[in-house]
Write a new protein. Structure first.
Ligand SMILES: Nc1ncnc2c1ncn2[C@@H]1O[C@H](COP(=O)(O)OP(=O)(O)O)[C@@H](O)[C@H]1O
Length: 200
């Protein structure tokens, strides 16, 4: 198993064992293992594209911290802590990124804005996604346990082109949501428009 330590400036002095303990308090083992794989994948992508490896690893490790928090807790935080009430029309799939960072700040104490932003954007995307944001967005989609056609195609694209890899993921997510008659958080559509390859 990987054993990366992160700079105290990013973790507020939490060592790796303490970080993993926080994750394991909130996640079942399958989801925890996924987080470790996304950490590894994010670090690889960050090295490949010259992004901040520690921020990528830490954001990858914590991206799904809030994935299994009870719906009632989310609803309370959305209603009481200044979130857009429109979020109540969506579910945990959308909340664990956009609202999940509230739990990460409150319970773990991580405060690095770039790490939190990458986690915030990892599910819905954002038209303004930075390279670090794209790395977390894509790492979640191409970690080694992902084997669907679109995931394999995105992994191949991510050898050279993070915007193309992000685009493949965005297209797949929208196709999936529509095929399954699921509600679409509109920011993903705006992100798709921003990432669609330009002609010529
Ligand atoms: N724009 C969106 N609107 C509604 N649901 C979405 C949107 N984008 C992603 N989702 C759904 O949210 C869930 C969590 O997505 P994601 O974070 O990518 O998966 P995971 O956390 O399992 O790696 C998935 O079911 C996904 O289809």
């Amino acid at each position: 198993m990987s054993d990366y330590e992160y700079p105290a400036s990013l973790t507020h002095d939490l060592n790796r064992a303490e970080l993993l303990n926080h994750l394991q308090n909130r996640l079942d083992d399958a989801r925890f293992q996924h987080c470790l794989r996304v950490e590894e994948t994010a670090r690889t992508l960050a090295k490949r594209f010259g992004a901040d490896v520690d921020r990528a690893g830490l954001a990858g490790l914590f991206h799904d911290y809030a994935k299994q928090i009870p719906v009632a807790d989310y609803k309370r935080v959305i209603m009481e802590d200044g979130f857009d009430p429109d979020l109540l029309n969506y579910g945990r799939g959308v909340w664990h990124g956009l609202v999940g960072t509230w739990f990460i700040q409150t319970e773990v104490g991580l405060t690095d804005k770039l790490v939190l932003q990458a986690i915030e954007r990892h599910t819905t995307g954002d038209p303004e996604m930075t390279l670090l944001d794209q790395i977390i967005f894509v790492a979640d989609f191409i970690e080694p346990a992902r084997t669907l056609d679109a995931e394999v195609a995105a992994r191949k694209a991510a050898q050279t082109d993070m915007r193309q890899a992000s685009y493949i993921e965005l297209k797949n997510t929208l196709q999936y949501l529509i095929a399954e008659d699921k509600i679409v958080y509109p920011k993903t559509l705006l992100t798709y428009n921003a990432f669609i390859p330009k002609e010529g």
